[in-house]
Design a protein around this ligand. Structure first.
Ligand code: ATP
Ligand code: MG
Length: 657
C-alpha cells in the first residue's frame, strides 16, 4: 500500500505485539457480552440498535430507527419520546430499587455521602423545581461550572428532566474560557460553588464566575453551592443553592421529549485547536451510553461497584459517570479530588473502602501511577477489581501490562476504549468475556458500529496497513452538530471523504495482521522521517517499554537531511531518575528504540523532563513540544493544565543544547 515516491497518508507499521489474554471460561460464562452479537448486529444494524433502545423506558415508541436522509445530520428513533432523567433515576425507584446506592461520593478531605436511587430522585426533583422557578424550561441552556460534587450530577439530571441543555465547563478552566463557553451557548443560568478542594487546599471557584459573567448578557441567575465556606463576593444575580433548591418540593413529574430533543452541549478538550461545542440529543445517545456501559464494563447492577475517575467536565464524565451508569442502575463511586491527596495511594484506598469492581481511568493516570511505583498499590486490597478500563489516549503496551499486573492482579481484562466527545459513547473496544485482549490495542468496533482504517482515497488499507480512522456508518450516539455552526460541523468531520460519506475523526490508526485496530495518535502529529510516516505513539510506546521510562512524548522537528527528525521528551520512573539522566543512559534509550522498532525510528535527541505539557483532561499536547523542538515561540496554551510546564521545558532545552 505504501507509495514511496508520492505523497501518502498511510503509516508505517512498526511495533508488533504478540501477547494476548483470552478471557477465562468463568468470566466468559457470566459475561453480559456474547460473541454472536457482532454477527447479529452486522446482519441487521438497525434491528440491533432497536433492541438496545428497547431496554430504556419510552413514553412513545419510535416509528423509524434511523433517518439518514438529511446526512450528516442523523435522526435516531424517530417519533419516539422519552425523558432521559426518568430513565436514569425514577424507573429504578419504580422497579423497587430505590434503596440501592447510586452514588458513594467521596470528598477530597475525607468526608463522604451515600446517595440511594430514591434520594437521587428527590434531589433531582428539587433541583428541577428550583431551575424551573428560575425560569429554566425546555431548550434553555444552563452552564454548570462545578467540581466533582453530587450537585453536579443533580444539576445535569435536573436539566435533562426539564428538557434544558446543560453545558458543563470543567472547573479547572479560567474565567475567560468559561465566559467564551457561556456566550457561545447563551446560557441563562450558571451553577457553580464557592470553592473546590484540590490537592488538600480549598481553591476559590466563584471568583472566576464573577469575572466571566461581567460579559455574558444571557446570564440571569448564578446558583452557588456552598462547599468550602470560602468567602465570596455577592452580586445581584447570585443565589445560594441551599436557599433556592432545599425548600423545593421533592416531587417532580418529568415530561417526555422527542428522541432528538437536545440533551447537552460539550466543548472538546482542545488538544489540537479551539474547542468545538458538540451537540448531543436524547434517545440515541442514551441507548448507546447504556448499551456500551453494560457490555464493555460487564456491569451487574446490584453487585458491582463501578468507578470512573474522569471529571464530569469531560465527555467521559457525561457518558460514563452520569448517563450510562445511572441508566443501568449502577452503584458507583464519585471522588472529588486528586489521586495524590493526601497520599499517592488514595485511589487504592478508595477501591479497598468501597470494594470497587470496575475501574475506568486514563493512560496519563496509569503512567503517573507507574512513576510513583508499584509498591504503592501493593499496600491495598485490590482483589475486588474484575474489569479495568482505559480512555483518552493510546495506552502504551507497557503501561497496559503494568495496569493489568499491578492493579488487576494479573487477571482482570483491560478494555482500551476508543471514542471522542463527538462519538458520544465508546466505539472501538474489546468486550470482556469475549475478546482475547492485546496490550495497546483497542481492537474491534463494538457490535453495531462500523469503523475502518483507510488511505487518503478512502480505500481500506487491509491487515497490516496504517492510515486514517473513519466511521463509515452512522451510530446512535453520534454528534448532531456543532452548536450554532452547521458549516463547521460539515467541514470538520465530513469534508475529507465527502463522496463516501465517511466521518473522519482526525486520528491515525493501523490494523495488525489479525485485523485488530491500533490507535496511533492524531494525524496532525504523524512524523515524516526520510519519507517514512511514523506515528508518535509507536515511538513513545517503545520508549515506555524501557524500564527507566514512565512517560514519553515524541514530535517530529524539521531536519535539513531527513525532512523531520524525532525529538523525544521523557519522564523517568521514580527510582530510575537519579542514574538514568546521563549521556550513556540516553544513548541506551535511543538504541533501545532502534532495537524495538528499527533504526528509522531512533530519536535524534532525547530530553529528560519532569513534566509534559498536557490538556486539562491529561492529554499530551505535542504541538507545543514541536514549537520547542523547532525553536519557535510556543503557541496557544489556553487549554494547557499548567502553563509553567512549557517554560521549564524550554529552559531545559536551551541548557542542554
Ligand atoms: P480537540 O478535538 O479539541 O483537539 P480532543 O480530541 O482531545 O480535543 P476529546 O473528544 O476529549 O477531545 O478526545 C478524543 C480523542 O482522544 C480521540 O480523537 C483520540 O485522539 C483520543 N483517544 C480517546 N480514547 C482513546 C483510546 N482509547 N486510544 C487512543 N486514543 C484515544
Ligand atoms: Mg478531537
Amino acid at each position: 500500500m505504501s507509495q514511496p515516491d508520492g505523497p501518502s497518508n498511510t503509516l508505517d507499521n512498526l511495533l508488533t505485539e504478540s501477547r494476548t489474554f483470552p478471557p477465562t471460561a468463568e468470566f466468559a460464562a457470566a459475561a453480559n457480552a456474547t460473541s454472536d452479537s457482532y454477527d447479529r448486529a452486522a446482519a441487521d444494524r438497525e434491528g440491533f440498535w432497536a433492541e438496545q433502545a428497547d431496554q430504556l423506558d419510552w413514553a412513545r415508541k419510535w416509528d423509524q430507527v434511523l433517518d439518514w436522509s438529511g446526512a450528516p445530520f442523523a435522526k435516531w428513533f424517530v417519533g419516539g419520546e422519552l425523558n432521559v432523567a426518568h430513565n436514569c433515576v425514577d424507573r429504578h425507584v419504580e422497579a423497587g430499587n430505590g434503596d440501592r446506592v447510586a452514588i458513594h461520593w467521596e470528598g477530597e478531605p475525607g468526608d463522604s455521602r451515600t446517595i440511594t436511587y430514591a434520594e437521587l430522585q428527590r434531589e433531582v426533583s428539587r433541583t428541577a423545581n428550583a431551575l424551573a422557578s428560575l425560569g429554566v424550561g425546555a431548550g434553555d441552556r444552563v452552564a454548570i461550572y462545578l467540581p466533582m460534587l453530587p450537585e453536579a450530577v443533580f444539576s445535569m439530571l435536573a436539566c435533562a428532566r426539564l428538557g434544558a441543555l446543560h453545558s458543563v465547563v470543567f472547573g479547572g478552566f479560567s474565567a475567560e474560557a468559561l465566559r467564551a463557553r457561556i456566550n457561545d451557548a447563551e446560557a441563562k443560568v450558571v451553577i457553580t460553588c464557592d470553592g473546590q478542594y484540590r490537592r488538600g487546599k480549598a481553591a476559590p471557584l466563584k471568583a472566576n464566575v464573577d469575572e466571566a459573567v461581567q460579559h455574558t448578557p444571557s446570564v440571569e441567575h448564578v446558583l452557588v453551592v456552598k462547599r468550602t465556606a470560602t468567602e465570596v463576593a455577592w452580586n445581584e444575580r447570585d443565589k445560594w443553592w441551599h436557599d433556592v433548591v432545599e425548600p423545593q418540593s421533592d416531587q417532580h413529574t418529568p415530561e417526555a421529549f422527542d428522541s432528538e430533543h437536545p440533551l447537552f452541549i460539550l466543548y472538546t478538550s482542545g488538544t489540537t485547536g479551539s474547542p468545538k461545542g458538540i451537540l448531543h440529543t436524547s434517545g440515541g445517545y442514551l441507548t448507546q451510553a447504556a448499551y456500551t456501559h453494560r457490555t464493555v464494563f460487564d456491569l451487574k447492577p446490584g453487585s458491582d461497584v463501578y468507578w470512573c475517575t474522569a471529571d464530569i467536565g469531560w465527555v467521559t464524565g457525561h457518558t460514563y459517570i452520569v448517563y450510562g451508569p445511572l441508566a443501568n442502575g449502577a452503584t458507583q463511586v464519585i471522588y472529588e479530588g486528586t489521586p495524590n491527596s493526601p497520599h499517592e495511594g488514595r485511589h487504592w484506598e478508595i477501591v479497598q473502602k468501597y470494594g470497587v469492581t470496575l475501574y475506568y481511568t486514563a493512560p496519563t493516570t496509569i503512567r503517573t501511577f507507574m512513576k510513583w511505583g508499584a509498591e504503592i498499590p501493593a499496600q491495598y486490597d485490590l482483589s475486588t477489581l474484575r474489569v479495568l478500563g482505559s480512555v483518552g489516549e493510546p495506552i502504551n503496551p507497557e503501561a497496559w501490562m503494568w495496569y493489568r499486573e499491578n492493579i488487576g492482579g494479573g487477571k482482570t481484562p483491560i478494555v482500551d476504549t476508543w471514542w471522542q466527545t463527538e462519538t458520544g459513547a465508546i466505539m472501538i473496544s474489546p468486550l470482556p468475556g469475549v475478546t482475547a485482549t492485546k496490550p495497546g490495542s483497542a481492537q474491534v468496533p463494538l457490535p453495531g458500529i462500523s469503523a475502518k482504517v483507510v488511505d487518503e482515497t478512502g480505500e481500506d488499507v487491509g491487515p497490516g496497513g496504517g492510515g486514517l480512522l473513519v466511521l463509515d456508518k452512522p451510530w446512535p450516539s453520534m454528534l448532531r452538530g456543532i452548536w450554532g455552526d452547521d458549516q463547521r460541523f460539515k467541514d470538520t468531520y465530513w469534508s475529507k471523504f465527502a463522496d463516501l460519506g465517511y466521518y473522519f475523526a482526525g486520528d491515525g490508526a493501523k490494523y495488525d495482521d489479525d485485523g485488530d485496530i491500533w490507535l496511533l495518535g492524531r494525524v496532525d502529529d504523524v512524523m515524516n522521517v526520510s519519507g517514512h510516516r511514523i506515528s508518535t505513539t509507536e515511538v513513545e510506546s517503545a520508549l515506555v517499554s524501557h524500564p527507566t521510562v514512565a512517560e514519553a512524548a515524541v514530535v517530529g522537528a524539521s531536519d535539513p537531511t531527513t525532512g523531520q527528525g524525532i525529538v523525544a521528551f521523557v519522564i523517568l520512573r521514580g527510582n530510575a531518575a537519579d542514574e538514568a539522566g546521563g549521556d550513556a543512559a540516553l544513548k541506551a534509550l535511543r538504541d533501545h528504540v532502534s532495537h524495538e522498532i528499527g533504526p528509522i525510528a531512533k530519536p535524534r535527541q532525547i530530553m529528560v523532563v519532569q513534566e509534559l505539557p498536557k490538556t486539562r483532561s491529561g492529554k499530551i499536547m505535542r504541538r507545543l513540544l514541536r514549537d520547542v523542538a523547532e525553536n519557535r515561540e510556543v503557541g496557544d496554551v489556553s487549554t494547557l493544565a499548567d502553563s509553567s510546564v512549557m517554560d521549564l521545558i524550554s529552559k531545559g532545552i536551551r541548557k542542554s543544547s
